[in-house]
Design a protein around this ligand. Sequence first.
Ligand code: UDP
Length: 246
Amino acid sequence: MQKDRRSVKVMDIDFVNKTQYQFLVEDIFPGLQRKEKKFIVTANPEIVMKAQEDSAYKKVIQEADYTVPDGIGIILAAKLLKTPLQERIAGFDLTLDLLNYADENGLSCYFLGAKEDVNEKAVKKVQSDYPNIHIAGRHNGYFEFDDRDLVEEIAAAVPDIILVAAGFPKQEKWIAAYKDLFNHGLFMGVGGTFDILAGEVKRAPEIWVKLNLEWFYRLTQQPRTRMKRTLKLFEFMWDIIKDRKR
Ligand code: UDP
């Protein structure tokens, strides 16, 4: 059974089947207004594959409030499974929309993740581009998972939005482990987003995104680090094709 008709299952994960606009306007913005506690996973094929190998991680994703399809691989898989999704919702785009909303509504954000200098630069960029956002605090992503002092420090800052850019599965596992210690807040794992905000990594130009070739652009930018991850994408597609034939 799928969670509801507005979701599509790919390898045991229920994906939000809405446009990014619908998702924000119907679910996320009202939740922020009501000061609810919500957890968004932005899952690409690598995350789905990781969840197949790591049952604890799969449980974390299945228990999140929303999993959005971040990556053309998920969109293709849903199509091959004859349950097409409405559109890709990329973590980076979602982050920008959230920052815009936070700016318009004077919300507070906490920035946890990335290397110290990257984190600092990303937060500076947010401060200058979104001056009405209240910066609840920031910390690099190289913390100990069990660092309770850090969790308590973040919770004490009472942020409305908590962006965690510490790579998967750490970022999602950290959110699942500690979100109960917060009264409210929108939590989202955002991977390499701070690197892009800080200008350390370039996002693929629009044309590559439109042609669904963002993964290929990233491979050309960082061939050594991306090769293994790109192979995972092909492994994922192959598993979907095998499953479909069964
Ligand atoms: N990172 C971190 N803590 C860690 C491991 C990674 O903060 O323990 C950061 C890393 O510096 C980078 C981000 O997590 O900023 C992961 O970026 P990646 O490009 O792998 O994410 P993607 O968006 O591709 O999932």
